[in-house]
Design a protein around this ligand. Structure first.
Ligand code: DAH
Length: 339
């Protein structure tokens, strides 16, 4: 029995030495020390020994068990260390490498300009107003003194959902929403998207942007309108910029005008940018029609007002010297990253 115990110790030592994974170690532990293991098998034969030998063999068996346990323990520490080293090698993670850059976006050029314009008007005491893009014919046309049958209501120009619900064709609808809720003094701008059935080309899009302006108070005149817009456009396009006002017609203003900006490319001489005109049309404007004030329960005998609506897409094209409006909407990073 002594030999058996000693050779058991030896072979355990050999097995442990060649074990290289914790799974193998566990198998060795079970093989030698488990309930059905080899050491247990030897101890079962204890009964066949003469009584005086039993304590001696018992002590030896305990010694062997202890020794194997100690070897298991120290081998398992070694193997864990080896396994960790292997894993680190395999995963090959170098935490000192610089991280991947997450590109940081920035404002769309249209919003850069829009924020600039908002700031200019805020500085003059204007508030920012908003209205829905899905509108009713009442706000988009009727209350703006645009009667049934007026050509601008035409099915061919307007996206209708039903007879009286549509995608707004102009931000002028916000004028009504502002005025019907309060009395003067009113000083607001309303930026937003508008929709018309236009074919897409370099200067047209079925969705585009406008900024509406509305001022109503006692004693407001055309002079206030011209002075305000002139100041804004000098801020946006440089102090040498000139504006001019041409008579025009809009149903919701009387008198009405269109404002041109002297061509920034040729300074009025006439060139390709302004198609030989020397001036570029920028916006529609006028004095708020008394009927529009009446629709909103504002007394036209007491109050007067001016309004304007400008197309910000065209303004952005001029501001950034972009010759194709589609570039603003295609979301090509090569274009957008330039701003
Ligand atoms: N809503 C007009 C358009 O889309 C622009 C406009 C003209 C707005 C005159 C106004 C205005 O407020 O007074 O063509």
């Amino acid at each position: 029995m002594k030999e058996k115990l000693l050779s058991l110790r030896q072979s355990a030592e050999k097995d442990l030495h060649s074990a290289s994974t914790s799974k193998e170690l566990e198998e060795i532990r079970i093989r030698y020390l488990g309930k059905k293991g080899e050491l247990t098998a030897i101890l079962k034969q204890m009964g066949s020994l003469p009584p005086e030998e039993r304590p001696i063999m018992g002590a030896l068996a305990n010694e062997v068990r202890q020794l194997i346990e100690e070897m298991l323990q120290s081998r398992s520490v070694e193997i864990e260390r080896l396994e960790l080293e292997n894993r680190l090698l395999r995963e090959d993670l170098d935490i000192t490498l610089p991280s991947k850059r997450r590109p940081l976006g920035h404002k769309h050029p249209m919003n850069i300009l829009l924020d600039e314009i908002k700031d200019l008007f805020r500085g003059m005491g204007f508030e920012i107003a908003e209205g829905p893009e899905v509108e009713t014919t009442y706000y988009n046309f009727t209350a703006l003194n645009t009667p049934e049958g007026h050509p601008s209501r035409d099915m061919q120009d307007t996206f209708y959902f039903s007879d009286d619900v549509l995608l707004r064709t102009q931000t002028s609808s916000v004028q009504i929403r502002v005025m019907e809720n309060r009395q003067p003094p009113i000083r607001v701008i309303a930026p937003g998207r508008v929709y018309r059935k236009d074919e897409v080309d370099a200067t047209h899009s079925p969705m585009f942007h406008q900024i509406e302006g509305l001022v109503v108070d006692k004693g407001i005149t055309m002079g206030d309108l011209k002075g305000t817009l002139d100041a804004v456009f000098k801020q946006l396009y440089g102090p040498q910029s000139k504006t001019r006002f041409r008579p025009h017609y809009f149903p919701f203003t009387e008198p009405s005008a269109e404002m041109d900006l002297m061509c920034f490319a040729c300074h009025g001489k006439g060139c390709r940018v302004c198609k030989g005109e020397g001036w570029i049309e920028m916006l529609g404007c006028g004095m708020v029609h008394p009927k529009v004030l009446e629709y909103c329960n504002i007394d036209p005998e007491i109050y007067t007002g001016y309004a304007f609506g400008m197309g910000t897409d065209r303004m952005a094209m001029m501001r950034y010297k972009v010759n194709d409006m589609r570039l603003f909407f295609e979301n090509d990073m090569r274009f957008l990253a330039q701003f």
